[in-house]
Write a protein that binds this ligand. Structure first.
Ligand SMILES: Nc1nc2c(ncn2[C@@H]2O[C@H](COP(=O)(O)OP(=O)(O)OP(=O)(O)O)[C@@H](O)[C@H]2O)c(=O)[nH]1
Ligand SMILES: [Mg+2]
Length: 204
């Protein structure tokens, strides 16, 4: 007998420094296009992406895109409230954006009573390796220190690891909101599964 369809709607905030690729990421996954120029997000935008899991489960992700420029950072706490998940984005070629992950995560933690699953997209991996500014070991350490669920090397430009990151986050959020995962579980789940096995896979 076919199981009845399940549909969830989850709020996810997408945060990180300016020009790391947040808006490009959302446009890529919701509209299938790459935005090649940087027009700073003024304030906050929202778009919806549906993720199918199994035969009958759909997770509607409301992706809240928060402008990373200094002037808009203060908006983050009010938009973080009630989030089921967090996506932090940084740019692999700009170390300052990687260091800022700590700050973004701390700010989000301050306004969230339970710590929901949080993944890090280390973006622009298509750019030449010699200008990458952070090692895999450093990213592993950052993930542990900031209590992230995991990190993904992504290229929004080449559409690499975007779908899988949303699928993994969706699975974690559903389990977390159902209470089958506690704070510490979300912290380690992806680290164990994804990190070890798939982190170097540049495929979707
Ligand atoms: N090479 C490369 N460029 C990218 C990638 N993703 C985004 N970009 C470029 O990075 C620039 C900034 O992207 P945005 O998506 O506008 O950045 P943002 O994080 O939304 O910036 P704010 O709105 O200011 O917070 C744009 O020129 C994008 O084309 C990627 O994977 N690879
Ligand atoms: Mg933007």
């Amino acid at each position: 007998m076919a199981s009845s369809p399940l549909e969830y709607t989850k709020k996810v905030i997408v945060i990180g420094d300016s020009a790391v690729g947040k808006t490009s990421f959302i446009a890529r996954v919701t509209e299938g296009r790459f935005i090649s120029d940087h027009k700073a997000t003024i304030g906050v935008d929202c778009a919806v992406k549906s993720i199918k899991r199994g035969e009958s489960t759909t997770i509607r992700l409301a992706l809240w895109d928060i402008g990373g420029q200094e002037a808009f950072r203060g908006l983050m706490p009010q938009f973080a409230r009630g989030s089921s998940g967090i996506i932090i984005v940084c740019d692999v070629t700009r170390k300052a954006t990687v260091d800022a992950v700590r700050i973004w995560k701390n700010e989000a933690d301050k306004v969230l009573t339970k710590l929901p699953p949080c993944i890090l997209l280390v973006n622009k991996f298509d750019l030449p390796k010699h200008i990458h500014s952070v090692s895999i070991e450093e990213l592993d350490t950052l993930t542990e220190e900031c209590k992230l669920s995991g990190w993904f090397q992504t290229s929004v430009k080449e559409n690499v690891n975007l779908q899988v990151s949303l699928e993994d986050l969706s699975d974690l959020m559903v389990q977390f909101d159902e209470g089958s995962l506690q704070d510490n579980d979300t912290i380690t789940t992806l680290q164990r599964q994804y990190h070890a096995e798939k982190r170097n896979c540049m495929c979707d």
